[in-house]
Design a protein around this ligand. Structure first.
Ligand SMILES: [Zn+2]
Length: 161
């Protein structure tokens, strides 16, 4: 199990479900990220690869997202995350998954509600947390056209399957 924490019960996903959630979100965020803060969220997602980190060893709390410091920045981050969820929910590039993700819409819906209900102004960052990788920590995997962490030699979530 992996936990994506936030308002309400958060989102607890089995290892297999986590893989699905991360893959559909990576396909969407790779299409949308343009600005440094958007790449930062993409890097946080890219870091949720259980084949690199370990099965059952990923997940994050919404207060680990780099929300920025002003209300405007926080609103921009929230909008971007919601746009990413919405693009994923429109099944962006799902034909490339190689499987049918029957429950993915449910995970996306629950995650969306969490993000909507989350108040980033009250995000409490424990020491050592909130250390989302910098935007230059990302590379585009040419083979899969998906963002990947440079420190993992640009292997994306689809390379490491
Ligand atoms: Zn790849």
């Amino acid at each position: 199990m992996n936990r994506f924490g936030g308002p309400g019960d958060g989102l607890d996903l089995t290892n297999g479900a986590t893989e699905v959630f991360v893959e559909v979100m990576m396909l969407a965020v790779s299409a949308l990220a343009r600005e440094p803060f958007q790449y930062r969220f993409a890097a946080l997602l890219a870091a949720q690869d259980q084949n690199m980190v370990g099965r059952g060893c990923v997940g994050f709390d919404l207060d680990e997202v780099a929300w920025g410091t002003t209300a405007e920045e926080r609103a921009g981050v929230r909008d971007f995350i919601l746009s990413t969820v919405d693009l994923a929910a429109r099944e962006h590039r799902w034909d490339e998954l190689g499987y049918e993700p029957p429950h993915a819409q449910g995970y996306l819906r629950r995650f969306r509600h969490m993000v909507e209900a989350f108040d980033p102004a009250r995000a409490e960052r424990a020491p050592g947390r909130g250390a989302a990788p910098d935007d230059d920590a990302l590379a585009m995997c040419v083979r899969h056209r998906v963002l990947a962490l440079a420190e993992w030699h640009g292997y994306c979530a689809f390379c490491t399957r």
